[in-house]
Design a protein around this ligand. Sequence first.
Ligand code: ADP
Ligand code: TZD
Ligand code: MG
Length: 586
Amino acid sequence: MSADTSTTAAAINTTDGFHLVIDALKLNGIDTVYGLPGIPITDLTRKMQAEGMRVISFRHEQHAGNAAAAAGFLTGKPGICLTVSAPGFLNGLTALTNATTNCFPMILISGSSEREIVDLQQGDYEEMDQLAIAKPLCKAAFRVLHAADIGVGIARAIRSAVSGRPGGVYLDLPAKLFSQVMEAQAGKNSLIEVVDAAPAQIPGPVAVARAIELLKNAKRPLILLGKGAAYAGAANPESDNAIKAMIENSGIPYLPMSMAKGLLPDTHAQCASAARSYVLAEADVVMLVGARLNWLLSHGKGKTWGGDKAASRQFIQIDISPTEADSNVAIAAPLVGDIGSCVAEINKAMLAAKLPKANAEWTKTVFDKRDANVAKMAITLQANPSPMNFHSALNVIKNTIKANPDAILVNEGANTLDFTRSIVDMYKPRKRLDVGTWGIMGIGMGFSVAAAVTTGHPVIAVEGDSAFGFSGMELETICRYNLPVCVVVFNNNGIYKGTDQNQSGGKGAGGKDVAPTVFVKNARYDLMMQAFGGDGITANTPAELEKALNAAVASGRPTLINAVIDETAGTESGRITSLNPTAGKK
Ligand code: ADP
Ligand code: TZD
Ligand code: MG
């Protein structure tokens, strides 16, 4: 080839910012994005689709962001959310921050306006210094100004999202970047395929020995599995097996946190869920596996942990974050590393030390209490009151998940959340997605979309009527992509219950309003689903609910079941009413 023709070929053979973003994502095995188009990323979404990527387009960015976060949790790869500038970015930011709070890997990629104008605050279209705003609210934040740096930007975002404690990463892509042109081969060479993005982190032998010593002397040991343990298996399947082996070989009772349910089947012989308050108060050595001692575990102290008994309790904590230990109470044996590696080391050391099975007197007491509570609950579940209450409706959901253990259960609300978590058993890892560390409402439809898209399995979303309202418009998204999602709205006419009264006695500007916690009575959420071509049904009895749910799971069609629940059945704030300040003034 003469020098002349090669120059001509090079001039023709160019790439641009749009394609470099797409190529960088694809090079790293990312084939799906969740987003909402508009300036400056409209063409990016089209070109992604043209290049074979899946672009799931939402009606509001918060739900696209929640979908990306759930995809991250389920797959161990960062979920990608793509938004426009300022308002779109802010809508996605809640999800990014929530993902970070929950230790889910995701990347929020937002287009942004002209730097020169934004920085002088001259009033650009959708002007905002997005990078500065994102920084304190996520794990890491980057901006790319030159097309030649797109490869580095995406690589840094991926590594930051999944390495160490996973979390949310913000990547700022200014509008001008997308049309920047560079020579194709140089562009290709600038991309980075991230090698070993979440490297194994093996705990030191001294730390392992310290943990074994505590287990050896334990009289009433307990293992607590958190959603970090569930996530660890998405990134490394050996992790699930190691946890199962540790629990079964040790004979130690275990408690799963909400999203760790199903890591081992909730019906497992060593599951202590139905004796939760007993084991938390009585255990003398507690091994935390990917669970933080935050509010969800009463900070590791106080009445939940047996009051005075808390002083003599010792904790082992397995966590990838070295600063998690001692955040609430002293951790006698911290084990820093990834859960798969840490538990594998514990298993080896237990074998070498010939650790005996957990004290039989303790385990018998725990399992007897559990069995008695399960038997008591079975009677409540069988009752068939009219109107239907949480228990009789959840008995149907419980049986459906038992018959379809691959189905993913998405769950939000207050009473709807608490009762579902304790009543519906899960059988396989990473099948339960819920409100997580923040107890946030609004994750429902975004999580459902991601669960259906990433797994192809049926999704059952059990939603309080208030909770559902936060993301209800995404029913259209579910119908548009024809996803196998069945939304069950537990309709009790309001937040917590539907019976609250306006306390004004008819006086004042709001005298004629209903109470702030109640909704339109007898709302027909099922008709919303019909509006978009899905199946919508109202169920007044467990039999009607069962029929509709079975049909939905069998057909895989988008379905919404409006499950009418006794409006008096709930309690204020569900299980966490103790956190609810009420007026002291008489
Ligand atoms: P839960 O709410 O279920 O109790 P948390 O979200 O409080 O769980 O805790 C999850 C913990 O798991 C976090 O402290 C996080 O650092 C840790 N974690 C996440 N992934 C891993 C991993 N692969 N290996 C070890 N620890 C992990
Ligand atoms: N806003 C956000 C983003 N998250 C929240 N957790 C809340 C508000 C407060 N909140 C709860 O903590 S639960 C809940 C709200 C509004 C709704 C409860 O009503 P529901 O469930 O209908 O979803 P139940 O079954 O009626 O209790
Ligand atoms: Mg409600």
